[in-house]
Ligand binder design. Sequence first.
Ligand SMILES: [Zn+2]
Length: 525
Amino acid sequence: MSISMRELKRPVLFYAKAATALIVVSLVFTAACREAPGPEPAARAAAAVEPALAELIDFLAIPNVASDTVNIRRNAEHLAGMMRKRGIDVRLLEENGAPPVVYGELSAPGARRTLLVYAHYDGQPVEPDRWASDPWTPVLREGRLEDGAAVAPPDRLPTGPDGDEWRLYGRGASDDKGTIVAFLAALDRLKAGGAALSVNVKMLFEGEEEGGSPHLGAILRANPDLFRADGMILCDGPVHQTRRPQVVFGARGVMGLEMTVYGPNHALHSGHYGNWAPNPAAQLAGILASLRDGEGTILVPGFYDDVRPLDESDRAALASIPRVESDLLREFDLAWSEGKGLRLEELVMRPALNVRGLASGAVGEKAANAVPSEARASIDFRLVADQKPARVRELVEAHLKSLGWAVVHEAPDPEAKRRTSRLVRLEWEGGYPAYRAPLDAPFSRALVRALGPATGGTLVVMPALGGSIPMELFDRVLGVPIALFPIANHDNNQHGPNENLRIRNLREGIAMHAALLTGLGAAWD
Ligand SMILES: [Zn+2]
């Protein structure tokens, strides 16, 4: 699509502000940077890159960890400004001093449906030492850092198709500031092209998603009218590993468990007591083997009873998803996968029990010939549609009891340890259920219909994401059908050092959002 004069003029304004922010930030952080950007971002400020990229660079220069209360508010206000500039009616919704939800509305004359758009403007905490450049000083590279791409010299810009493979590095580049900017740039594109919004749009930009969204439920419940909508897109996460765009209609739920098995009150000589004192490490291994087999199947009786079976539309969607397993095996140095030959996308529609850590005694040079005093396992369960965390907890505890274990939730005192054999402590971490929208529901079909042509038939329709996103919260509180509509590249280093956004993903993201905003209304009717 063509770029309007209005858009062409914008970078000058954005860059004036970006330059100030970047100079200040780079002065503060230069010492910490292994590859200091020096004056580079400021020099680039004078050059004309596309407006969305300029706007994103500006936005990324504001540190956005939710616990950094001063800066997170600056992000909220900056974002509110980006929205107001586009004529969006904006409100900051506050709860207990938490990072505000930036809420906005745009109405489309004659539109019959309302789309709620969600993204978060906060980012994961950073470890600057592990970044190649400062996380809050966005830099452009002419490719992937992993492939040796250096920071681009100031006289080079990612213009045209050659720039497609460039990356913008900075915390939040892909998760989710890049997406927010792509969505707002899509609104500009509609305006510039004289195209009309086909749906009313409400925007919900959250500022503490990476901190677990502790206040989001309260904000949603306090503003039921504001968030009333007919469908919702969560603009978070990556596109398909094949780089094809995707729309995802569900996500797994999650819950955590810390499990402790007790032995003697201090480590005992294994020669004197090794087959007499119960060994908690060996006992724990037995428990784990009873919970899950070597193919990842969960052995807890009844665990799969509530799992929603796949229907015909799920199976059809799964069959049309391009296969990525052989590439992934190579990438991860794996010779095989669990799941008895089922494909990855089908396996993530089943629950998982993952042993995320084990601790007991010591290994290697620190190993002692002793019976350890306790053994711990840390587990996360990934839940799928219709499973309830409370039920999972009941089933796991009943299973352990059936094996002769006495289940407690608090640390046992010496008296309890003397009195009770096979004592296991379970500490459950709250979690949340999965969500899955039926693929044949009107909103699901409308999204696919609106995005399909815009993506040249490459759109991947994914019934569920393996990871966990609290989609269920929106379902429960707002009762609105939800889909995940990501734009970021899958190799974006989300949550880790050197988070980045591929320039082509930004460009395609703008085009896809524009297509959605213009086409969704008709596709939905
Ligand atoms: Zn995210």
